[in-house]
Design a protein around this ligand. Sequence first.
Ligand SMILES: [Zn+2]
Ligand SMILES: [Zn+2]
Length: 135
Amino acid sequence: MEKQSGTISTVAEEEEHSAILQKEYEEVKRDLMQISQQKSKMEEIYKSSRRRLVREIKRKENAVESALLCRICYDKMVRPFTLPCQHTFCIECIRKLSRNQENYGLCPFCSKPFRLPQTVTEYNYVIEDIKSIFG
Ligand SMILES: [Zn+2]
Ligand SMILES: [Zn+2]
């Protein structure tokens, strides 16, 4: 074996060097731990805000879907027709209500009287549009 060139360090020097390394190592370890703690904190914030967002979207979706239900047949409105009182039902459901009264009827929701035109060709397009979004 060849002898290494350079200075020969004393035991005291080596110990000092190793103490510095140890100190640096501890600092890096502490930094890493802090980073890891911050990371899990951020992940928790991200997860909980994501959960909140999903809950909120579902709640709104349910509210919209339930607003699209006909309060007579409790199904999604088919050819939604809005009465003068602004309550909206499937045209066929309204027809059944008014059939025996010369197209006169009472809104099943607020009991306001209405008279249905002989032919209905115009429907609530807003509801039709929203329905198409929800499929
Ligand atoms: Zn209906
Ligand atoms: Zn009404």
